[in-house]
Design a protein around this ligand. Structure first.
Ligand code: SF4
Length: 884
């Protein structure tokens, strides 16, 4: 299958989150496929979430980058790679190996990562390889290494189902890792005694299943865990035998924790003493405890310390490495784990080996490499700083969009514009980062790639190709090997296919290992091409001697020199000066992925949250003068954005939440990372993406608008947000000044071919405007504007595009409302089954008073279950008519 034609049913892996769900793809044409969950894959057993189940809608050539570009002109691969090689060679010759860098991505396959790391660290002689996984879980890596001596995830997903207490800390599992969340809620339904505690300043949808939600003050996690440590120590819950025989350093943590009485924890976290005591009691009295942590823990200036504070309480109680217990890091990206395995972080050398003399020597001998660096390279923020100040002269960015996702994002854009050589590999030509490229290389997309990924429980799965790459798109591993050849290192990069790379990678993990390193894939180093093609999901470690184990550390043996785990005293973050009144939290929403280059193509995924918004507490909204469904202007010293206002008591007072997904391609001004401070955790280098401060005020436009069209150009408006719909495109709009002529504005928006007919309504003062455009009797556009946020049946209106509408019904298009008797489904709540809010409310009014009843009546909530909290909320607020 590696390079052959697509076949009928292909088992592959989802390209989105770190759950790593197995998928069965059934191609239905050259660029389409039917997608379903793989019932035999141990990560998901057939389940998929809304994003995974919509993957089939994201395929296709539309909008793809099909050919290389050099300086904005089409080019052959040969010319493009010549330019890349010359630029890298010149920088290395003139300024040394540390003047070049790769910035990689958790979207890459392990094989891509391996060759990029090998080229930079073994043959160019620099360690300047970093990855967007730095933004996601570098603090987990640092915490693991400090405590265990290696970046080891001890447990497996099954532990989340076998535990008696599941602590979800800094994790909105329901939206960010929906299939693991489904596994948890299924277990909770089967075993109501399973206690679930959510620790998060926000009341996220994950709280729907929680027995206890601790909405602690942002940044006070360490205090909470020190308090728990103190409580467990003082009340006889420590496993003294485990601590004595298998750990070191308890005294340092114990003396630090001794100040953290329940009263002190309450004062610091602003939680009630009762809530704290309940949590401590849950933890103390249940042997089987899993603490799952994710970006809310990692993306902080004290992220590594938070991770160690969590690990400390598990070491104290000996709850690690056994069924149903242990700290558990959920990664954000599909192959963040594979990247850190091969060495894709600048502070790792290769295959879980560091920059110590023994490892450097071993790596040099294994690769027969001319120059292995003796010190770590630059981590992401530092790396782009070096681009900005000219120390890095050539950078190759693969499968990621740092102009949107890095902190202080406008500075990243400026740095790339000034860099002598920026190479970008992507699947689309118009990402914010691609626009900064001198050389733009067309990469293969999901469905066209072939290789492996590792999920959050150390399970390696195959991503298999089931579609032919369009145009001149090529695999990233091939492009890296091409650069290696042109730099004179071809002999070490003579890989013909991903299986060749995988075998070398597996052999390297086993090289002089003998059980001294956790990562060992020795049993896979001699897979035949056929074995690799057929490879089933496999968990590491899988050494050659066959002694596999499901969990690490059950034997109390760690990877430090003396094989004992380390207690690490966490530092206490001193509060930073608040330049602005509100703390900015950033993160994911349910139905989008990263910068929406894929999920944004699926109309049903756009219907749940079609535009960028800010979640803000009602009291903060009042103080800032925000109005329901109005717009907010969010500013700080680094920049400003304009987004829709979502006033909700789920947001804690004093902080706001803005999603990370919108780009300059999908909104006028909503790249939230322009506001984010470049502060990093000093140990892990991970940026504090959830702790910048901002001011928020109402953005008061002269008009608001909504437009749908079969096609529409970028509007000339102070605010716009674009989303793909089933029949074209939809825009939310707002303008600072009323257009001098509404008609010209609409004509410019829709392009107005000569045979188009426009009908319109303008009120006397010209404050409100409605128009509809028809082409040969079919609706091709509609635009409705007024001085207040526009109230129309948006999904219905979007669905009218391309339809023939009788002259007598054209007023409905102008009104933006369906005919009487038609139920507008309303904004999507359940994306898996495509069920809208109005449909659910109608079912509730008709007697569906439980989640199951709503599911039976409408299908909502019966897919991935991530919308169940929203359905429950609708059940609370929907007024059921009295019986006559
Ligand atoms: Fe993909 Fe959803 Fe599974 Fe994550 S939970 S891997 S996004 S299907």
């Amino acid at each position: 299958m590696a390079d052959g034609a697509p076949i009928d049913l292909v088992k592959t892996t989802c390209p989105y989150c770190g759950v790593g769900c197995g998928i069965i793809a059934s191609p239905t044409g050259t660029d389409s496929a039917v997608i379903s969950g793989d019932p035999k894959h141990p990560a998901n057993w057939g389940r998929l979430c809304s994003k995974g189940s919509a993957l089939g809608e994201t395929l296709g050539r539309k909008g793809r980058l099909l050919t290389p570009f050099v300086d904005g002109e089409r080019a052959s691969w040969d010319n493009a790679m010549t330019r890349v090689a010359e630029g890298f060679a010149r920088a290395i010759d003139d300024h040394g190996p540390n003047s070049v860098a790769f910035y990689l991505s958790g979207q890459l396959l392990t094989e891509d990562y391996y060759v990029a790391n090998k080229l930079m660290k073994g043959f160019i002689g620099s360690a300047n390889v970093d990855t967007n996984s730095r933004l996601c879980m570098a603090s987990a890596v640092a915490g693991h290494k400090r405590a265990f001596g290696a970046d080891t995830v001890p447990g497996v997903y099954e532990d989340l189902e076998r535990c008696d207490l599941l602590v979800l800390t800094g994790s909105n599992l329901a939206w960010c890792h929906p299939v693991v969340y489904q596994r948890v809620i299924a277990e909770k339904e089967r075993r109501p005694d399973l206690k679930i505690v959510v620790i998060d300043p926000r009341r996220t949808p994950t709280c729907d299943v929680a027995d206890l939600h601790l909405a602690l003050a942002p940044g006070t996690d360490v205090a909470l865990y020190l308090g728990l440590f103190h409580h467990l120590s003082e009340n006889g819950w420590a496993d003294t035998c485990f601590v004595e025989n298998h750990t070191r350093g308890i005294q340092d943590v114990a003396s630090l924790a001794s100040d953290y009485t329940v009263a002190e924890v309450s004062r610091t976290t602003q939680l009630s003493e009762k809530a704290i005591t309940t949590f401590f009691d849950f933890f103390a009295r249940r042997e089987r405890v899993v603490t799952l942590f994710s970006m809310g823990t990692n993306q902080a200036a004290d992220g590594s310390d938070r991770v160690n504070a969590i690990i400390n309480v598990h070491l104290l109680t000996g709850r690690i490495g056994k069924e149903g217990m242990g700290p558990f890091s959920m990664t954000g990206q599909p192959n963040a784990m594979g990247g850190r395995e091969v060495g894709g972080l600048a502070n790792q050398l290769a295959c879980h080996m560091d920059f110590d003399p023994t490892s450097i020597d071993r790596v040099q001998r294994f690769w027969n490499a001319p120059s292995v660096p003796h010190a770590p390279g630059r981590k992401a923020v530092d790396l782009f700083n070096a681009v900005a100040d000219g120390q890095i002269q050539a950078i190759w960015i693969m499968a990621t969009n740092p102009v949107v996702s890095m902190p202080n994002a406008d500075r990243i854009k400026a740095a790339l514009k000034a860099c002598p050589l920026v190479v970008v590999s992507d699947i689309v030509p118009n990402s914010d980062t691609a626009r900064c490229a001198d050389v733009l290389l067309p990469a293969t997309a999901w469905g066209e790639k072939d290789g492996t990924v590792t999920n959050s429980e150390r399970r390696i799965s195959r991503q298999r190709r089931f579609l032919s790459p369009p145009g001149l798109a090529r695999a990233d591993w091939w492009a890296v090997c091409e650069l290696a050849r042109r730099l004179g290192h071809g002999y070490a990069f003579d890989f013909a296919k991903p299986a060749d790379i995988f075998r070398e990678y597996a052999a390297m993990t086993a090289f002089e290992n003998n059980g001294t390193r956790d990562l060992d894939l020795g049993a896979l180093d001699d897979l035949s091409d056929m074995d690799y093609a057929r490879m089933d999901p496999v968990q590491w470690p899988c050494p050659k001697d066959g002694r596999r184990k499901k969990r690490f550390f059950a034997d109390g043996q760690f990877y430090t020199e003396d094989r004992r785990a380390r207690f690490v005293p966490p530092g206490l973050a001193s509060p930073k000066p608040q330049n602005h009144p509100l703390t900015l939290n950033t993160g994911r929403i349910r139905d989008q992925w990263h910068t929406m280059t894929r999920t944004g193509r699926a109309p049903r995924l756009n219907r749940h949250a079609p535009e960028p918004c800010v979640d803000v507490h009602p009291d903060d909204a009042h103080r800032s003068g925000l109005i329901k469904d109005g717009l907010a202007h969010i500013t700080n010293e680094r920049g400003s954005i304009i987004v829709r206002t979502n006033i909700t008591s789920a947001q804690g007072e004093g902080s706001v939440f803005v999603p990370m997904h919108w780009t300059d391609d999908t909104a006028s001004n909503a790249r939230v990372d322009v506001l984010v401070s470049p502060d990093v955790d000093p140990v892990s280098g991970q940026p504090a993406l959830k702790a910048s401060t901002v001011s928020v005020e109402a953005f008061r436009p002269a008009w608001y608008g909504f437009a749908v069209g079969s096609a529409a150009s970028e509007p000339d408006a102070a605010y716009w947000a674009r989303a793909a719909s089933d029949r074209g495109v939809r825009f939310e709009l707002a303008g600072s000044q009323r257009p001098s002529e509404w008609r010209s504005f609409a004509a410019k928006l829709f392009g107005m071919p000569r045979d188009a007919r426009l009908i319109e309504e303008v009120d006397e003062k010209g404050c409100s405007y409605r128009c509809a455009v028809f082409m040969r009797g079919r609706v091709s556009g509609a635009f409705i504007a007024g001085p207040e946020p526009v109230v129309v049946a948006r999904d219905w209106l979007a669905d009218q595009i391309g339809r023939v509408v009788l002259a007598t019904d054209r007023h409905l298009i102008l009104r933006g409302q369906p005919p009487d008797g038609y139920l507008d489904p309303g904004p999507t709540v359940c994306a898996c089954l495509d069920v809208g809010r109005n449909t659910i409310c109608a079912a509730i009014k008709n007697g569906a008073h439980s989640l199951n009843a709503v599911g039976d009546a409408t299908g909502a909530g019966t897919g991935c279950g991530s919308c169940r909290a929203e359905i429950r909320k609708l059940m609370e607020v929907t007024r059921v008519p009295e019986k006559a």
